[in-house]
Design a binder for this molecule. Structure first.
Ligand code: FMN
Length: 174
């Protein structure tokens, strides 16, 4: 258990269809199991990050980029985010296949964000594509990309990443 210190962690996510929200919630639960007090919320609902000992921020990848509200969150709070441990993660359906090229292009989705902050940890996770509830425009993009619907989220990879986070985020390196 973590006691007598600020043990609050913010897990902030953007999500259009909910799959990244569920990943953020799983990360939050894993951190809670390790004794941290977690607030898990949409980036658009975050009004301050200064009460937190560390922040985990994530977005799904759309057309090669983080969602704009997630980038805006990083930009808006960059000063506070530079002062505390930060982990970032990106969720993309392309990540259901493993290759260096896919990982490189998924990581490139964070390029815009990495201009502003210097995270201690980065996660790249496979996402989910279900046609139900999806906008016609988004469906067309996925159809043109030849994507086959499915849920590629790997919970043991996600939870394993989250379990390793405290040691990375709260280890003093100097
Ligand atoms: C219009 C559209 C564009 C997408 N672009 C990418 C992409 O460039 N790279 C990728 O890996 N996944 C891409 N995806 C897949 C999403 O990142 C994936 O489905 C993710 O789990 C969605 O997260 P959400 O449910 O939180 O919105 C795209 C999906 C849609 C609908």
């Amino acid at each position: 258990m973590v006691e007598n210190v600020n043990n609050r962690i913010l897990v902030a996510y953007a999500s259009r269809y909910g799959s990244t929200k569920e990943i953020a919630e799983a990360i939050g639960r894993t951190l809670e199991e390790q004794g941290y007090a977690v607030d898990c919320m949409n980036v658009m609902d975050v009004s301050e990050v200064s009460p937190y000992a560390a922040v985990v921020a994530g977005s799904p990848i759309y057309m090669g980029k983080w969602l704009v509200e997630a980038v805006d969150f990083i930009k808006m709070f960059r000063m506070d985010l530079m002062k505390r441990p930060l982990a970032v993660f990106a969720v993309g359906y392309s990540m259901k296949e493993e290759s260096d090229m896919i990982r490189r292009s998924a990581r490139a989705s964070m390029a815009e964000v990495l201009i502003y902050v210097n995270p201690q940890a980065e996660g790249l996770f496979a996402g989910k594509f279900v046609t139900e509830g999806m906008s016609e425009a988004d469906l067309q993009v996925m159809k043109m990309a030849g994507a086959v619907p499915g849920d590629a989220r790997n919970w043991s990879v996600i939870n394993g990443w989250a379990r390793a986070l405290p040691a990375i985020l709260f280890t003093v390196t100097e």
